[in-house]
Design a protein around this ligand. Structure first.
Ligand code: UDP
Length: 353
């Protein structure tokens, strides 16, 4: 069996770290990796391939740093060329980025079966580019690998049981990855205080909205009067802050984006996570850390329901008051499966008739 896997952005490299490793050790699957180039530099791409031993991409498409339409269009064209050469049995896509959508559209027009890892997630916010990408990708996929019960429910609610596809509740490959790579976690070269807060911000709804971005950073500056905040900064956020000439508190330790092994160390050693990232909300839960989510909604609703995560949006007062009063009280275990998502995904791919 031949699988063409489409990768392009950081969270996809991290998921591939687990699944591509499992595929590589399977005797009857050949994986061809296509890197679209959506994230392409050393800190956002290369380091993950090196640290996580992800096989080197067979194709690098070099499509990055453009508008959504231009990037998606060019990716579709180039992925189609690869699929015509490789003639795979499956195209495997992860998550909700423009690379996911381009891979799904190119494959579906050529009638190549699509496997979507992280299917069924919904924020119900159609202004998010990710929401459009995931809805369209789900609709054209044949195997829908859902990380959670809620994701399965979303698909059923949208009528997917009546479509020509199969829904599989596989659990989350990120859970498996976090547990595996934890043993190789590396302390980054910086001074951290015992009770530091780990923060990441990169969603367009925050970085591209001056008012939201200022309000979030005003809250962080206030919190930094009490606690060190370690913030690996995404290039988009760095540019937005620079454009606003924003003055950060010296107790906010701004660092370049870190590799996954350093990130795992930071999550494992922090006292609290503040983020607008999807993946990091779950990783906080995996490592029993409270998480404040700097968004108005989340796809990972089970974390909010069980008390592990609080949605605080971008309102300065809400962020500060939640920070002062937040108690971590998760009541549910195993929200993301049994640490065997890659095995279940491979089994379903191999046995699909
Ligand atoms: N991450 C990382 N280094 C960083 C920031 C984040 O390795 O400097 C990891 C993080 O732990 C998570 C993933 O990147 O596994 C999340 O990616 P991102 O926030 O870009 O995307 P999202 O999860 O929101 O789709």
């Amino acid at each position: 069996m031949k699988i063409v896997t489409i990768l392009g952005a950081r969270p996809q490299f991290i998921k591939a770290g687990t699944l591509s490793r499992a595929i590589a050790s399977h005797p009857s699957i050949q994986e061809v990796i296509v890197h679209t180039g959506q994230h392409y530099d050393a800190t956002m791409s290369d380091i993950f391939f090196e640290q996580m031993h992800i096989p080197k991409p067979n194709y690098f498409l070099g499509v990055g740093g453009k508008s959504h339409g231009a990037m998606t269009g060019q990716m579709i064209e180039k992925i189609e060329e690869v699929l015509l050469i490789e003639k795979p049995d499956w195209v495997l896509v992860y998550g909700d980025t423009d690379s996911t959508l381009a891979g799904a559209l190119a494959a579906s027009k050529l009638h190549v079966k699509i496997a979507h890892v992280e299917a069924g997630l919904r924020s119900f916010n159609m202004k998010m580019p990710e929401e459009i990408n995931r809805i369209v990708t789900d609709r054209v996929s044949t195997l829908l690998f859902c990380p959670t019960e809620v994701a399965v429910h979303n698909l059923k609610h949208e009528g997917f049981e009546t479509f020509t596809c199969k829904i599989v509740q596989s659990g989350d490959v990120m859970y498996e990855g976090a547990l595996f790579y934890r043993q190789y976690a590396q302390k980054p070269t910086l001074h951290v205080k015992n009770d530091f807060v780990l923060c990441t911000i990169h969603r367009a709804e925050n970085t591209d909205d001056e008012v939201r971005l200022k309000s979030i950073f005003d809250a962080l500056n206030e919190i930094a009067k009490q606690r060190q905040i370690v913030l690996p900064i995404h290039p988009r956020t760095r540019n937005a802050l620079k454009a606003q000439k924003y003055q950060l508190s010296p107790n906010i330790t701004l660092i370049e984006p870190v590799g996954y092994l350093e990130m795992i160390w930071l999550i494992d050693h922090c006292s609290l996570v503040m983020t607008d990232s999807g993946g990091l909300q779950k990783e906080a839960y995996f490592f029993h850390k409270p998480c404040m989510t700097l968004r108005d909604e989340t796809e990972w609703v089970e974390l909010v329901a069980c008390g592990a995560n609080v949605l605080v949006g971008a309102n300065k007062e809400t962020i500060i008051s939640t920070f002062s009063n937040f108690m971590f009280k998760p009541k549910v275990a195993n929200l993301y499966g049994d640490n065997n998502a890659s095995t279940l995904i491979i089994q379903a791919l191999v046995s699909y008739a």
